[in-house]
Design a protein around this ligand. Structure first.
Ligand SMILES: Nc1ncnc2c1ncn2[C@@H]1O[C@H](COP(=O)(O)OP(=O)(O)O)[C@@H](O)[C@H]1O
Ligand SMILES: [Mg+2]
Length: 329
């Protein structure tokens, strides 16, 4: 049995390809009457103008096959910013998705073997003002948290200051040297991906049954055995059809960290459904072992046992003083 991150040897290659293409994913979901953000694909500014004419501001611009929020511009409200956003996204992908900006919170739902396993509400990296420290000092303090590591090495990730951060601060008229008021929350990223320093709250038990049904259906539409669904909505306690929530994308190899060690709420054992899928309960999955001990004659006894077992139709591996033997026949 092989794994790579949360891809299993049973994961369909075609499903991964579909999930990696946000447009194809949206098209398939739309055909199944699943709510997605309206928009289109752009290669140049002409396309951009056409799409904006069709859907209107505010918009989101993101690379067609991006991940971890890279290259995305969120809540773009004017033409100049749209042009910059297009150029920025094009650093990551030739084709770019332009779609309606949906308001709400970022949710990630994990579906394994087409059954809901966990749901988390994600918050972008942020600091809480204390009235004395600058934003930079607050970031440094937040990064001291022992749960924060680099990349995916720990349950949370360090907050790096990048273009997205400085843009967001600029919109507020802030710099890294600004001292936010006590209790003020300053967001440092426009996306809630854990890999850019975001945090998560477990909301599994709060999902409306209709949303559970919807997410399980999505995993079947895409055909993905370990499936992460990104949703933007006010909440998951009401059906998405009622609160205007949308599916943003479907992820192959979804991260488990936010469910295994949420910053708040109940941790979920999301690994065991994967193992149960690969080794269904009741299916023989053990390798019986026979141990032979004694002074003289262990090798002969072992060979004899191996011979008997092999003639009963089993594949046998054994080790003796002569070395390790295993024949695939
Ligand atoms: N249409 C949208 N409306 C509002 N926010 C969005 C939209 N599309 C993306 N985002 C924000 O950007 C983040 C990253 O977008 P997503 O489509 O999930 O791509 P990625 O593969 O980079 O995770 C989302 O989690 C969400 O916060
Ligand atoms: Mg995402």
């Amino acid at each position: 049995m092989r794994f790579q991150a949360t891809i299993t040897c049973k994961t369909s290659n075609i499903a991964v390809d579909i999930a990696c293409d946000k447009e194809e994913t949206k098209r398939m979901l739309e055909l199944a009457s699943i709510p997605v953000a309206s928009g289109g694909i752009c290669v140049d500014e002409e396309d951009l103008e056409d799409v904006i004419k069709k859907i209107g501001y505010p918009i989101v611009i993101k690379p067609l096959d991006g991940n971890h929020g890279k290259g995305a511009s969120i809540n773009v409200t004017k033409w100049e910013d749209a042009v910059t956003g297009l150029a920025y996204a094009k650093n990551y992908s030739r084709r770019v998705i332009v779609e309606k900006f949906i308001t709400g919170f970022d949710f990630r739902v994990l579906i394994i073997d087409h059954k809901l396993v966990a749901a988390a509400k994600r918050e972008p990296a942020h600091v809480n003002g204390d009235g004395t420290q600058t934003i930079q000092q607050l970031i440094d303090e937040t990064n001291q948290d022992p749960r924060r590591g680099y990349g995916h090495e720990n349950v949370l990730t360090q907050i790096d200051v990048d273009r997205d951060t400085t843009d967001l601060l600029e919109k507020l008229g802030y710099t890294l040297e600004t001292v936010p008021n006590r209790g003020e929350v300053v967001y440092l990223k426009s996306t809630a991906n854990l890999s850019t320093g975001g945090t998560s709250v477990d909301v599994t038990d709060m999902m409306h049954p209709e949303n559970i049904f919807l997410c399980e259906r999505i995993s079947r539409v895409i055909g993905l055995d370990v499936c992460g669904v990104d949703i933007m909505a006010e909440n998951l306690t009401q059906p998405l059809k009622e609160n205007g929530g949308c599916i943003l994308e479907v992820n192959a190899a979804p991260g488990f960290r936010m469910h295994l060690a949420p910053s708040e709420g109940l941790p979920r054992n999301v690994a065991s459904p994967v193992i149960d899928m690969l080794y269904p309960p009741g299916k023989p999955s053990r390798i019986p072992i026979i141990a032979v001990t004694g002074t003289n004659g262990k090798t002969t006894t072992t060979r004899l046992i191996a011979h008997i077992v092999k003639n009963n139709g089993y594949k046998v591996g054994f080790t003796t003083s002569d070395g390790f033997m295993f024949k695939i026949t």
